[in-house]
Ligand binder design. Structure first.
Ligand code: GDP
Ligand code: IMO
Ligand code: MG
Length: 434
């Protein structure tokens, strides 16, 4: 019998990323044995706070701080060995312990230093149409994967690895030059290319010492044994390569279907889909954002919510919650449970707005049209009285202010999915299960 006897739960972002995935995965991890990343790479920045300390993870799954968890970097991920090595050090967990808690798919693709060079060259050549990429080499690494020329983690165990690396690097250098960027003018992490490359190979050495696995076989066999698994998404549904605001998207499928291809599991193996959203919206980089605020309210949200990128430090664009966009993301992912974060940030406002529809071409619509580029949609807002209360003083659903309960009910009814967790602050402890 080969039947799946357990399901894999998926947690993913429903907006433009940074919804608080890292915090919530860390909170949920005690309920799971295995936590697995299925797409994206070091463009992600997942923040965890507990016991007065703060950590930002980029490639390592957010279950890593729990001693009984096993964490898997799935085949759908793209991995930069240099960033990965630094990230291991930043956890302050000794390498021997990390090696026991972390498994890496042989089929995950490598981000080469020259992919970063290409990312910079392509972004530079886009001029004012730039995507606002994190410049971590994500687009070029996934391009290489789809072009069937990529190097995978498993290749580092083979004798022709360095030769294949050199060939790709030479191609990338030529291509970058054709886009106007010379390798000598490229300073990744402020270093010369050769110095960065040396650190990259040190990272390869660390990976060689770790457990490389056929993660699709492992995940399926654990599922058959009844082991509980949580798949951790990166980015958000509105950055999905197919369904996001193309071309202002990332280069992977961030939606629930990405967990199937990024871990090698069947659609029938998916259990709960936890969709996480902020009680407002943020976006880093370029692209349409219908409810974006350009006024003092937007600045207040950014300051109160500390909305600066976890990976790049860039200020995040801020705006009110966009319900038509949220409903679209819920549909794409088959979300079964919602998780709302950062409602505490809205405590500064007398009145809180949510977008319930858009005015578009002289009509009112409640969905995202194909051409929702900058300025084409005018949000229609509904106002709610603010809660004006420090939510961190609430330790139970029953203590939450009535105004917040009304707001939450409105969202639940609009998208027709219950909110199962309300996060009231960045710390693991600031979490209310309903
Ligand atoms: P991720 O990429 O989805 O993991 O999110 P990020 O870590 O990039 O950004 C979320 C930010 O909000 C981080 O700084 C978190 O520490 C913080 N955060 C998460 N949940 C909450 C919350 O409920 N309230 C507040 N104030 N901050 C939160
Ligand atoms: P987490 O997992 C927010 C955005 C970039 C840019 C676009 C493409 O922390 O939520 P890329 O580097 O993929 O070429 O950038 O996507 N972006 C993110 N925004 N959170 C992220 O990840 C993001 N990863 C990429 O800002 O607009
Ligand atoms: Mg983030």
């Amino acid at each position: 019998m080969n039947a799946v006897i357990n399901k894999i739960d998926v947690l993913l972002g429903l907006q433009w990323g940074d919804e608080g995935k890292g915090k919530i995965v860390d909170y949920l991890t005690p309920g799971y044995r295995l936590v697995a990343r299925f797409q994206g790479g070091p463009n992600a920045g997942h923040t965890l706070e507990f016991e007065g300390k703060k950590y930002v993870l980029h490639t390592i799954p957010s279950g890593i701080f729990h001693k009984d968890s096993v964490n898997v970097i799935g085949n759908g991920v793209v991995l930069d060995p240099c960033i990965f090595h630094k990230e291991i050090i930043s956890t302050h967990i000794p390498l021997e312990i990390i090696s026991k808690r972390l498994l890496i798919s042989r089929k995950a693709h490598l981000i080469l230093p020259s992919h970063k060079l290409l990312d910079a060259a392509l972004e530079q050549s886009r001029g004012s149409a730039k995507i606002g990429s994190t410049l971590k080499g994500i687009g070029p690494a996934y391009t290489e994967k789809i072009a069937r020329t990529g190097l995978r983690i498993g290749n580092i165990e083979q004798s022709d690895f360095e030769q294949r690396y050199q060939q790709l690097k030479n191609n990338h250098i030529r291509l970058a030059a054709a886009h106007g960027l010379d390798i000598n003018d490229f300073k990744p992490d402020g270093l010369d290319f050769d110095a960065y490359e040396q650190k990259w190979f040190e990272g390869i050495g660390v990976i060689r010492s770790m457990s490389l696995v056929d993660s699709e076989v492992l995940v399926n066999s654990e599922l058959r044994k009844g082991v509980s698994i949580l798949a951790e998404g990166a980015q958000g549904s509105l950055l999905d390569i197919d369904f996001g605001s193309y071309p202002f998207v990332t280069s992977s499928n961030t939606v629930a279907a990405g967990a199937c291809t990024g871990l090698g599991i069947a659609p029938s193996a998916i259990g709960e889909v936890f969709g996480i959203f902020k009680a407002y919206c943020t976006r880093v980089g370029s692209g349409p954002f219908p409810t974006e605020l350009f006024d003092a309210d937007g600045d207040a949200m950014r300051n109160e919510g500390n909305e600066f990128g976890s990976t790049t430090g860039r200020p995040r664009r801020c705006g009110w919650l966009d319900l038509p966009a949220l409903k679209y993301a819920v549909m794409l992912n088959g979300v079964t449970k919602l998780i709302m974060t950062k409602a505490d940030v809205l405590s500064i406002f007398e009145n809180i707005k949510v977008c319930t529809a858009y005015r578009y071409n002289n009509t009112q619509i409640d969905y995202l049209p194909f051409d929702f580029d900058e300025g084409r949609l005018e949000p229609v807002y509904q106002s709610f009285p603010g809660w004006k209360k420090d939510l961190r003083l609430c330790d139970h659903e029953s203590n939450l202010p009535e105004e917040l309960k009304t707001f939450t009910r409105f969202v639940e009814e609009y998208v027709n999915v219950p909110v199962s967790i309300i996060s009231t602050g960045p710390d693991r402890a600031h979490t209310i299960a309903r």
